[in-house]
Design a protein around this ligand. Structure first.
Ligand code: AMP
Length: 113
């Protein structure tokens, strides 16, 4: 169920003038408000899922990964980028509308903090 208070539902519904990097009928991607790398974008399904754990549609999950790849390419980091899905508060999830982070433009370290 979409939440009327969900900021990412509002972004997907074009309630703000968010510039999309990629848009399809299933998802949109856009730049993160608080970038953690020179390139940092988010890919979100248009449909509301609180987290990865609520998603059962494997085809849609695959489409989000395609969206991450296309977003990285469009933002010029298609050869080197990191994809992150924080699931649950302790894993760092702060917005409870499933999203895929796409980070690039600098060297990445492992393990992440
Ligand atoms: P997470 O901590 O994995 O849930 O990631 C949430 C991400 O959403 C953070 O990187 C935030 O900077 C980002 N964010 C929150 N609100 C907005 C917004 N209105 N537009 C773009 N990015 C946002």
């Amino acid at each position: 169920m979409p939440s009327k208070d969900c900021i990412f539902c509002k972004i997907a519904n074009k309630e703000f003038n968010t510039e999309f990097v990629v848009e399809t009928e299933d998802y949109v991607s856009f730049k993160d408000l608080s970038p953690q790398a020179p390139v940092h974008a988010l890919v979100i399904p248009k449909q509301h899922f609180a987290s990865l754990n609520e998603m059962k549609d494997a085809e849609l999950m695959g489409k989000l990964l395609q969206g991450a790849r296309e977003t990285a390419e469009k933002l010029g980091v298609g050869d080197n980028y990191r994809v992150v899905i924080n699931t649950g508060e302790k894993a760092g999830q702060s917005v409870f509308h499933m999203h895929v982070h796409v980070l690039g433009g600098r060297a990445m370290h492992w393990p992440p903090g």
